[in-house]
Ligand binder design. Structure first.
Ligand SMILES: [Zn+2]
Length: 342
């Protein structure tokens, strides 16, 4: 009998399993009611009394060993199943390359505009994209039924007809004027929305930067000088500007600003439609009524404001012809701008 026990112990110590089913087979072979170890316990009755102690100890050792070994094997398979480790191949080579993104051209140009105006003391202010009627229109001299509202086809938030997707970042400046006392010198970059058909030259969403300067002795000459500085910083030292009279509800007088064509340098090309000039922004002296709407004393303070589309500036700077390229996020297009970033 001792011999049998020793043989089984040896066998158990070398036990391995390739499959989960094998472990169950072992359990049946050693530990079930008809298993080898159970059979030995049955034989134990016939062991002579003087050998019972030693044999009993040895038999218990065998049973414990069998239980532990089979449990260990079982756990090994269960662990592998839950962690899925058996499918992980650490020798797999890495992917050939990881695609790294690049900064969007609109962000590059926006940051450049911010940096240019920061140098002459403009702060950055941002606001909400869902705006109420007062801040987007009424405070800016565009009350209900005013014809100028037609200039900006608006998305209304359907649950509340008083709320709109802002059509201009001037709304941010209304908040600033309501909260701060002059001097105010700030630019507000951000996304704006208009209900327009999408084409190469128009989109329902685009980006603006608006500037506002309010102080006691601000003049139109200050506006012109600020914009000349901007144009030269943005498009080069030899850039010329010209101002043409225009109309905006919130400025009086109002003007549109052209810069000398960056491509043909004024000689005439298809970008400037052979005029030598391209329009880049609108501007003017803040209408006294707008100051009053925001509780700023218009007899004491004056201000100028300007606004430009970031898409327009970017298209001119990089000579892009289709506005839709900005929103398609084609990596092949966007990657070209990495090198241009300062
Ligand atoms: Zn030109």
């Amino acid at each position: 009998m001792l011999e049998k026990i020793n043989t089984l112990i040896e066998e158990l110590e070398q036990l391995t399993a390739e499959k989960k089913e094998q472990v169950e087979e072992y359990r049946i072979r050693f530990l079930s009611k008809k298993g080898a170890i159970t059979a030995l316990f049955d034989d134990f009755k016939s062991v002579p009394n003087d050998m019972k102690k030693e044999m009993g100890q040895r038999l218990n050792e065998l049973r414990d060993l069998a239980k532990n070994k089979i449990n260990d094997l079982k756990e090994k398979f269960e662990e592998a199943e839950t962690s899925g480790d058996n499918t992980l191949d650490l020798t797999t080579p890495p992917l050939p390359y990881v695609q790294v993104g690049s900064r969007h051209p609109l962000s590059i140009v926006k940051n450049e505009i911010i940096s240019i105006f920061s140098k002459i003391g403009f702060t950055i202010s941002e606001g909400r994209e869902i705006e109420d009627d007062w801040h987007n229109f009424t405070a800016l001299n565009t009350p209900e039924n005013h014809p100028a509202r037609d200039m900006q086809d608006t998305f209304y938030v359907s649950l509340n007809p008083e709320m709109v997707l802002r059509t201009q970042t001037s709304s941010v400046q209304v908040h600033i004027m309501e909260k701060q006392t002059p001097p105010i010198r700030t630019i507000s970059p951000g996304r704006v929305y208009r209900n327009e058909a999408i084409s190469a030259r128009a989109h329902c969403q685009f980006h603006q930067v608006e500037g506002l300067y309010i102080d006691e002795k601000v003049s139109f000459a200050d506006l012109k000088q600020t914009l000349l500085y901007f144009a030269r910083e943005m498009f080069g030292e030899d850039t010329k500007i010209r101002l043409r009279p225009s109309y905006f509800p919130f400025t009086e007088p109002s003007a549109e600003m052209d810069i000398s064509c960056t491509i043909c340098k004024g000689a005439g090309c298809n970008v400037c439609k052979y005029t030598g000039w391209v329009e880049i922004l609108g501007c003017g002296m803040v209408d006294p009524q707008v100051l009053e709407n925001c509780k700023i004393d218009s007899t004491k303070f004056k201000g100028f404001a300007f606004g430009m589309g970031i898409e327009r500036i970017t298209m001119l700077k990089y000579q892009m012809k289709d506005l839709r390229l900005f929103f398609e996020n084609d990596v092949r297009v966007l990657k070209q701008f990495t090198a241009a970033e300062k």
